[in-house]
Design a protein around this ligand. Structure first.
Ligand SMILES: Nc1ncnc2c1ncn2[C@@H]1O[C@H](COP(=O)(O)OP(=O)(O)OP(=O)(O)O)[C@@H](O)[C@H]1O
Ligand SMILES: [Mg+2]
Length: 276
C-alpha cells in the first residue's frame, strides 16, 4: 500500500510549549487511521497542522508524494482533503436537505451558485436524500439545521461531508457527544467509507472503535508513544504508561475495550440552550 498522507518530524510549539513533538505518521491509501492519546496529547493540534489551520514549527506534510506544507487550507480542500466536524460548517437557517444539497454542489469541479432556481437545484434532491438516509436523518429533511439536537447536527455534518465525496477525511473526535445509536450509525458510515475507498484519519477516545474499525493507530502524548496495528498499540504497557492508572483495558473476543475513569469533557455546545 502507498502512503496517501505523511507527516515527517511534525512539530508545533506554542510559546515555548511543545504540543506536538517530532511526530512521523504514514497513512496508507484506503485505510482507516486512528490518533489516540489522553486529553491534551496534541491530537487536535495534529489535525490543525495536517489541514493547515496551524503552521508547523518544524516538519513536513506530504500528500500523494507532493509536499503540501506550504499550502493554504483552501488549497488543501481542493486536493480532496476534507476536514469535518466543525458545526460552523452547517448553514443553521437552511433545512437539513438544503445543507446536503449545497455540499453536493460544492463537490470538486462543480460551481456553487446561490442564485440557481429551486427547480434546477432540486435535481440534487434524490442524491441528497440518499445521504440523509445513510445517517438516519430522513424524517428531518424539512427541519432547519439550527433546530436539530446536538447528535443530529453531527449526523448532518457527516452527511454533508460524505456529499463532498472526499478522497481523504480527517475527523477529530467524530463520536464525542453521540448517543449509542448515533455511534453505531457512525461505525456503519466508517464501513461504507472503507468500501468506497476513502482514506480516513480519526481521533477518538473510544478505543473499541480503534480495535474494531482501524487499520493503524498512533498513540500520541505530545510525542509518538506507540505506532502500529491496533493490537500492537492497544496493550497495557503502552496505554498504562500514556493514560496513567485511570485506564482499564479489557479484552473480549479479541477486541480491546478501554474505560477511562475520567470521562472526556462534553463539547461546549451540547444541549439546546446555554451553550456558546
Ligand atoms: N493555540 C494554542 N495556544 C497555546 N496552546 C495550545 C493551543 N492549542 C493547543 N494548545 C495546547 O496544546 C496541547 C495539546 O492540545 P490539543 O487540543 O491538541 O490536545 P488533544 O489531544 O486534542 O486533547 P483532547 O483529547 O482534550 O481533545 C494542550 O496542552 C493545549 O493546551
Ligand atoms: Mg482534541
Amino acid at each position: 500500500m502507498t502512503a496517501a498522507l505523511e507527516a515527517r518530524g511534525l512539530t508545533k510549539e506554542f510559546r515555548g510549549f511543545v504540543a506536538v513533538n517530532d511526530v512521523n505518521l504514514s497513512v496508507e491509501t484506503g485505510s482507516i487511521h486512528a490518533l489516540i492519546g489522553p486529553n491534551g496529547a496534541g491530537k487536535t493540534t495534529c489535525f490543525n497542522l495536517l489541514t493547515k489551520f496551524l503552521k508547523p514549527t518544524a516538519g513536513k506534510i506530504i500528500y500523494k508524494g507532493q509536499d503540501i506544507t506550504a499550502l493554504s487550507p483552501t488549497q488543501i480542500a481542493r486536493l480532496g482533503i476534507v476536514r469535518s466536524f466543525q458545526i460552523s460548517a452547517i448553514f443553521p437557517d437552511l433545512t437539513v436537505l438544503q445543507n446536503v444539497r449545497i455540499a453536493l454542489q460544492r463537490r470538486r469541479g462543480e460551481s456553487f451558485d446561490f442564485w440557481r432556481s429551486e427547480k434546477t437545484l432540486s435535481r440534487y434532491d434524490d442524491k441528497a436524500r440518499d445521504y440523509l438516509e445513510e445517517v438516519g436523518l430522513t424524517e428531518f429533511e424539512r427541519h432547519r439545521a439550527a433546530e436539530l439536537p446536538y447528535g443530529r447536527k453531527r449526523a448532518l455534518e457527516i452527511a454533508t461531508t460524505l456529499a463532498l465525496d472526499p478522497e481523504m477525511l480527517l475527523l477529530d473526535e467524530p463520536m464525542a457527544g453521540l448517543d449509542a445509536t448515533a455511534q453505531h450509525q457512525f461505525l456503519d458510515i466508517i464501513d461504507r467509507l472503507r468500501e468506497g475507498g476513502a482514506t480516513v484519519v480519526l481521533s477518538t477516545h473510544d478505543l473499541s472503535c480503534v480495535s474494531q474499525r482501524c487499520d493503524k493507530a498512533a498513540c500520541l502524548n505530545r510525542r509518538l508513544v506507540a505506532y502500529g496495528t491496533p493490537e500492537e498499540v492497544l496493550n497495557e504497557d503502552v496505554l498504562g504508561e500514556t493514560f496513567g492508572t485511570h485506564l482499564l483495558l479489557v479484552h473480549v473476543d479479541g477486541q480491546a475495550y478501554a474505560y477511562q475513569h475520567h470521562s472526556h469533557a462534553p463539547p461546549s455546545d451540547i444541549g439546546d440552550s446555554g451553550g456558546k
